[in-house]
Ligand binder design. Structure first.
Ligand code: UDX
Length: 445
């Protein structure tokens, strides 16, 4: 069994590391974040992700996974290195490649000391051309070797979702291998076929196309969500139309499919907003304007504001009133609040002098500037208590089981805005004041 090194221990790196380790591969996770390395080695996951704790414990206890700071040892003691460092957005929205550059320099210096054939696989999301024009020259210069004859080079985009990172890593719906040369691609495919037990559909292509698959996929997912939100906003204008019924009908068309058609508070997280921006910035450099993606972003930016407006409408005079905000994470089963719609909604409400109390099962505080007035309640009951309106922003399972009685009992006035469409409108409309994204104001919806 080949040994694997992973450079970077974020969502992608650590999920990949524990999944390989659980399948009998020796894995070295290399991170310059010493505290993170210590946490990993002491079996404490650095972030919340379902199943990660147990997988990490098993991997470290069985000695199949260890985390180190050094890159040299990681490369020298393994056969394949996956680079999974972050590519955050610059102020102009471009992908910031500084961590990729640094990782490549370090991996290249280690490669220089290595005799055996080694494959370097870039997993970080990067603009088309990066692996060939940035990664390859850095590796070749620092290693004093040539990609192809001396070492292998591939680009293997990652499609895992936060909240189901382990499941997605173990059972991906497709695997894309971008290859610099035939030998690199063949060797990586053999290794991944073995790992996935030949069950994953795998596509081999050149480096640039593989890089583009990732951006194009996220752009399409973002487009579907903004499309659903725009249709939802039209539905709200029409008595008795419900977007969740409409999208159920639309999604049954096999050409469309039902995934990512849930209207709500807009998309957030560390990928969709960043990758759509990076794709637009990349296109702009090449003189193309991206009108479709521009509209996708505009609809998304407006959606959180729209939810805040639904709440403010319910409050009448907002100043001094309390709003219970259910959910802070950008989606359920994660503690990540990057680009979370909850923050945009909370900000708009705080600016209207509303007292905002938020409850999230895993996000327990917000330490960002501008959110000092946001109260984080320690239970759903404390959050709802004496509130004048409740808005559901993240569809955590815990919120789905709340009944109209729970709201009626605890709130100063039972008013609910369902921005994630988790409640049955008929049941709620009969008992309390209720509105929801994409729900027309008719009562027979
Ligand atoms: C995304 C891609 O799905 C994944 O393939 C890629 O590797 C990384 O980016 P992630 O950011 O973890 O994954 O979450 P995702 O499930 O895509 O959700 C992103 C955002 O879209 C969330 O805020 C979610 O609430 C929102 N969303 C999703 C909707 O509003 N409606 C939907 O129907 C689906």
């Amino acid at each position: 069994m080949q040994a694997i090194s992973i450079v970077g221990a974020g969502y992608v790196g650590l999920s990949t590391a524990v999944c390989f380790a659980s399948h009998g591969y020796r894995v070295i996770a290399s991170t310059h974040d010493k505290e993170k390395a210590e946490r990993i080695n002491s079996k404490r996951a650095p972030f919340y992700e379902p199943r990660l704790d147990e997988m990490l414990r098993e991997s470290v206890e069985s000695k199949m996974l260890r985390a180190i700071d050094a890159r040299d040892e990681a490369v020298l003691k393994t056969d394949v290195t996956f680079i999974t460092v972050g590519t955050p957005a610059t102020l102009q929205g471009k992908a910031d490649l500084r961590y990729v550059v640094r990782a490549c320099e370090e991996v290249g210096r280690a490669l220089k000391k290595k005799k055996a054939y080694h494959i370097v696989v870039l997993k970080s999301t990067v603009p088309p051309g990066t692996t060939r024009d940035v990664v390859k020259p850095i590796l070749e210069r620092t290693a004093d070797l040539s990609a192809g004859p001396d070492f292998g080079l591939c680009m293997n985009p990652e499609f895992l979702r936060q909240g189901s990172a382990i499941e997605d890593t173990l059972h991906p719906n497709r695997v894309v291998i971008g290859e610099y040369d035939e030998r690199s691609g063949k060797k990586l495919k053999e290794m991944l076929d073995n790992f996935y037990e030949h069950r994953a559909r795998t596509l081999r292509m050149n480096l640039e196309s593989a890089e583009m698959v990732k951006y194009a996929s996220n752009a399409f997912l973002a487009t579907k969500i903004s499309y659903a939100n725009e249709i939802a906003n039209i539905c709200e204008q029409v008595s008795a139309v419900d977007v969740s019924h409409v999208m159920a009908g639309v999604g049954l068309d096999a050409r469309i499919n039902p995934e990512f058609l849930n209207a709500g508070a807009g998309f957030g997280g560390s990928c969709l907003p960043k990758d759509v921006k990076a794709m637009r910035a990349f296109a702009a450099v090449h003189g193309y304007e991206t009108p479709l993606l521009g509209a996708v972003v505009a609809v998304n930016d407006a959606q959180a504001q729209h939810v805040a407006e639904l709440v403010l409408e319910k409050l009448g005079t907002p100043s001094g009133k309390k709003v219970a905000l259910l959910g802070l994470a950008f989606k359920p089963n994660t503690d990540d609040i990057r680009e979370a719609p909850s923050l945009k909604i909370a900000k708009a409400l705080l600016e209207a002098e509303v007292l905002v109390s938020a409850y999230d099962p895993v996000v327990k505080k917000i330490s960002l500037a501008g959110f000092e007035a946001l109260e984080c309640a320690n239970s759903i009951a404390a959050c709802l208590s004496d509130a004048h309106c409740c808005v559901v922003v993240t569809e955590w399972e815990q919120f789905k089981t709340l009944t109209p009685d729970d709201f009626i009992e605890l709130m100063a006035q039972p008013v609910v805005v369902d921005a994630r469409r988790i409640y049955d409108p008929q049941q709620f409309l009969q008992r309390l004041e209720f509105s929801a994204v994409g729900l027309g104001d008719g009562s027979d919806s």
